[in-house]
Design a protein around this ligand. Structure first.
Ligand code: GLY
Length: 367
């Protein structure tokens, strides 16, 4: 792990400088090496918990106060999102489990616990009793979207597993498991690839249509969606100990590894894209690598540890900006295949990159 420790030391050097100069922002990306600020433009934006979350990953590994202070300052801004209920969505899981949830887990802060539990209540309230799944988004432009689910939600439901244990109420975990079971059947295909968006029949809960979403097209496999499945099912296994979730994580990881070992461990935006328009997405690798570390720890199979290390090293060597004067670490993330918003810094790529390095060094949030 010498190389991984060296990557961690670079992260700490850079992020300490970042933490000390950024106290009034909820960053999403960088413009010319400077964080933008979603607090000013969209406080409900789905990625707004990742910057405080990143600060907690670094705090857990170093215990430096600058990280705790930066996380708490960002959380204060993020709380204003609760004033816009209609602007919120299923990503309240990402937003508050990684921010205030981490704060509580790492420091025992009572108000952080309350905030994370409020978010869990909001996520649980999105459960569709008839369909047995969590609704992803709200109505938009006349499109109701009340029976739409997206694979990304596998990474929101850990908030529910945590809430269940925290207040000793099994309802939250039952909702999470019902959703995971739906995703196992409807989002994950037999070969371990994934559907991004599923639309369900409102009466019999069957799958009526799939959409390509942020991937290339209907039926293709968007790499970040596949990564959400790998880490999401691994997390469902960690919280429930149910082997079917680990098996699903392994199936998706095998698919991902088979693809990226042919592309020097850097994922394309969509695994079915052609050479004529080759887009990469570094965030997909960082997320998937976290799931692979958990699979390695659960199975003892070094294939998954080695794949995670290969992804992290390839990303660190080719796509990280280590200049401490500039914000943002992992470059070349892509929002979606069919967009111009590609090959840019994305705050969640930094979050999962740092989380994977911390996991490999034995510094996960709960240990
Ligand atoms: N959850 C949206 C995305 O991964 O871009």
């Amino acid at each position: 792990m010498k190389d991984i420790k060296a990557i961690f030391d670079n992260l700490d050097k850079k992020l300490e400088a970042v933490a000390k100069r950024n106290h009034n922002k909820l960053p999403y990306t960088t413009v010319d090496g400077v964080y933008d600020n979603k607090y000013e433009t969209d406080v409900c934006w789905w990625t707004n918990g990742f910057y405080p979350g990143l600060m907690w990953v670094m705090y857990n590994a170093t215990k430096k106060d600058c990280y705790k202070e930066a996380a708490r300052a960002a959380q204060k801004l993020l709380k204003e999102a609760f004033n816009n209920r209609d602007g919120l969505h299923h990503d309240v899981g990402f937003m508050w489990y990684l921010s205030e949830g981490s704060d509580y887990i790492l420091t025992g802060d009572k108000s952080a616990r309350d905030t994370a539990l409020y978010a869990a209540d909001m996520l649980a309230a999105r459960f569709n009793l008839k369909g047995g799944f969590i609704r992803a988004w709200n109505e938009e432009n006349g499109l109701k979207r009340d029976t739409w689910t997206i694979i990304d939600c596998m990474m929101n439901i850990p908030l529910l597993y945590w809430a269940s244990k925290e207040i000793d109420d099994e309802r939250y975990a039952l909702i999470a498991k019902a959703h995971a079971d739906m995703a196992m059947g409807d989002h994950v295909r037999d070969n371990g690839s994934t559907n991004h968006i599923c639309i369900h029949d409102n009466e019999d809960r069957s799958l009526s249509e799939t959409l390509g979403g942020q991937g290339l097209k209907v039926g293709s496999c968007w790499s970040r969606g596949n990564a959400w499945a790998i880490y999401g099912f691994a997390q469902s296994f960690l919280h429930t100990n149910e082997k079917k979730y680990l098996d699903t994580a392994v199936k998706c990881a095998d698919y991902f590894i088979d693809k990226v070992e042919k592309t020097n461990w850097i994922a394309p935006s969509d695994f079915d894209q052609g050479d004529e328009h080759w887009i990469i997405d570094t965030s997909a690798g960082a997320i998937a690598a976290c799931g692979m570390v958990e699979i390695w720890k659960a199975t003892g199979n070094a294939k998954y540890r080695d794949a995670a290390i290969n992804i992290i090293k390839a990303t660190a060597e080719k796509y990280c900006d280590w200049d401490i004067e500039r914000d943002g670490v992992v470059m070349y993330g892509s929002e979606a295949y069919n967009t111009n918003s590609i090959h840019k810094h994305l705050v969640y790529a930094d979050y999962y990159f740092a989380e994977c390095v911390a996991l490999l060094l034995g510094n996960s949030r709960t240990n």
